[in-house]
Design a protein around this ligand. Sequence first.
Ligand code: ADP
Ligand code: NA
Length: 333
Amino acid sequence: QFAPRVFSGIQPSGGLTLGNYLGALKRFSQMQEKGTHKCIFCMVDMHAITVWQDPAALTRSTREVAAFFIASGIDPERSILFNQSQVPEHAQLAWIFNCVARMGWMGRMTQWKDKAGKNAEQASLGLFAYPALMAADILLYHATHVPVGEDQKQHLELTRDIATKFNHDYGVDFFPITEPVIEGTATRVMSLRDGTKKMSKSDPSDMARINLADDADTIAQKFRKARTDPDPLPDDYESLSARPEAKNLVDIYAALSEQPTDKVMAEVAGMQFGTFKPRLAELAVEVLSPMSAEMRRLMQNPDEIDAILARGADRARAIATPILRRTYDIVGM
Ligand code: ADP
Ligand code: NA
């Protein structure tokens, strides 16, 4: 009944890391190449402003994330790439979903509890309603599949609850019950300073992450200084589970070289980190530098990015408009 469609969004809230590439963008472009699903990718600037964003930084960051999509292999002709606020139907459908979702559902979201913390009175109303907007992002395209990380699973569950309640309340079978995309070999990239924390732009230490904007020397230095234990690399992957920092570097190497971990272990068994780290850095530079060069080129041509996004928004609206119109009909508006 529903055509296979993938939707995913990234917040333009500044700073892109190797984690964003290996955990999200690389997988998105693999999905596009597989060709089984129409892929719709969105810079979700309306989500970003649920917490304060400097206006000039938001504009820049939106272009930067778009450049990241393109540089990492998303073809804006085969896939649809656009900026959320340019398709007003997202906000329109979100309002309807605000009226479908229950306060209690929203209050149970762990991300709300984490982000609002003890000071919920001072959090924006948008931060509370965020998951209803996310449901609108997905269901506005009747997306059947969404690639989600661990942190977004609960929100996708809520999207399914909203679709189910809408269908039930209005006695229709209109919105699909969206499935998470099976994670497969999704890489969770950890901090270079603490193998138990995820690599993130919000980490106060810049040495803990590889930024897409880092030059070759910086990348080499960060891997050289990455925390590890004094033992050489073992010959089996399983024994790395007690050595999170070492495991993280091996996982990054495997993801960047597109090799299964047992093959990597065969290659690095017995190696000292003094030998392994420069190899890893060299590989990272080899993969990231063409991408960051293309991002720099695009950022020097903002008109080119804006034109791609404007065209993407037109194509997104061609799908979204009839779905919203039909939703209004169902609701009686
Ligand atoms: P951050 O947590 O740094 O703010 P986002 O939440 O904006 O990053 O993440 C955007 C996308 O990148 C999401 O799909 C998320 O799962 C992925 N991602 C972010 N950091 C990592 C990481 N360290 N490892 C794997 N994937 C990541
Ligand atoms: Na984010």
